[in-house]
Design a protein around this ligand. Structure first.
Ligand code: G3P
Ligand code: MG
Length: 246
């Protein structure tokens, strides 16, 4: 992690606001900030016309009132969807945000951002390139640039080509044997692992390699405390209100 992004928050709200609001929405960003959280993680995928938008699934049904694939739907149509009503009628009409909308709101709210590049299958390179290009433009004048992460090494390499100065994190579920080589290959400064994959020994090894270590999705405050005691740098949580603000 470069000094430019320090001090990075120790707790990030998952998918914008975790369980406090519909995932990957501006309402989630507001909820995270209201909870006292200083940073968020969110998922970025490309619309059919390559506008980067915040959404987790490749399809629209679970988290919006739309139907079909995100990659087949242009931004004009996505921008008219309700991405809040599925969660609670209080959030009905909440829009599905573009990355540009979300970045502007995060900068206003002073939230650090872990931007997860979440490519639809087959769009890894394009998603990495476009997400990084738009991120550079959106955060051009901001004090704290976003940390880009992805499960897709192709997406991370594409992002590195487009925005070599933005920090990158490799996302994994299990920590693979060759985690050092993989992180080196994509120029990652961080490793983001599922919390179940970690123990004190792995945490020590990753930290000794000079990597910043984040883990997801940690919803039990006692487990978060244990992870921090092992040396984990950051937890990503659905409950920023319970896991604590650091
Ligand atoms: O970036 C950490 C976490 O968000 C990865 O899992 O499926 O919630 O995007 P997912
Ligand atoms: Mg994510």
């Amino acid at each position: 992690m470069t000094s430019a992004v320090w001090p990075w928050p120790r707790v990030l709200a998952h998918r914008c606001g975790g369980a406090l609001a519909p995932e990957n929405t501006l309402a989630g960003l507001a909820a995270a900030a209201r909870s006292g959280c200083r940073g968020v993680e969110f998922d970025v995928m490309l619309a059919a016309d390559h506008v980067p938008v915040l959404i987790h699934d490749e399809t629209l049904e679970r988290t919006t009132n739309g139907r079909g694939r995100v990659a087949d739907t242009p931004w004009g149509a996505l921008s008219r969807l309700d991405a809040g009503g599925w969660f609670d009628e209080r959030f009905a009409g909440e829009p599905l945000p573009s990355l540009q909308d979300a970045a502007a709101r995060c900068i206003e709210l002073g939230l650090a951002v872990n931007l997860e590049i979440k490519p639809a299958a087959g769009f890894e390179t394009e998603t990495g390139q476009v997400a990084a290009r738009v991120a550079v433009a959106c955060w051009r004048d901001a004090a704290l640039p976003p940390l880009l992460s992805s499960f897709s090494e192709s997406a991370l390499l594409a992002a590195a080509g487009e925005a070599p100065r933005l920090p990158r994190g490799l996302l994994v579920e299990q920590v693979p044997e060759d985690w050092r080589a993989r992180c080196q290959r994509v120029g990652a400064v961080a490793l983001h692992a599922h919390h179940d994959a970690l123990d004190a020994g792995i945490v020590a090894d990753v930290r000794a390699a000079g990597l910043w270590l984040a883990c997801y999705t940690v919803n039990d405050p006692a487990h978060a405390a244990e992870l921090f005691a092992w040396g984990v740098d950051c937890v990503i949580t659905d409950h920023p209100d319970r896991v604590g603000v650091r």
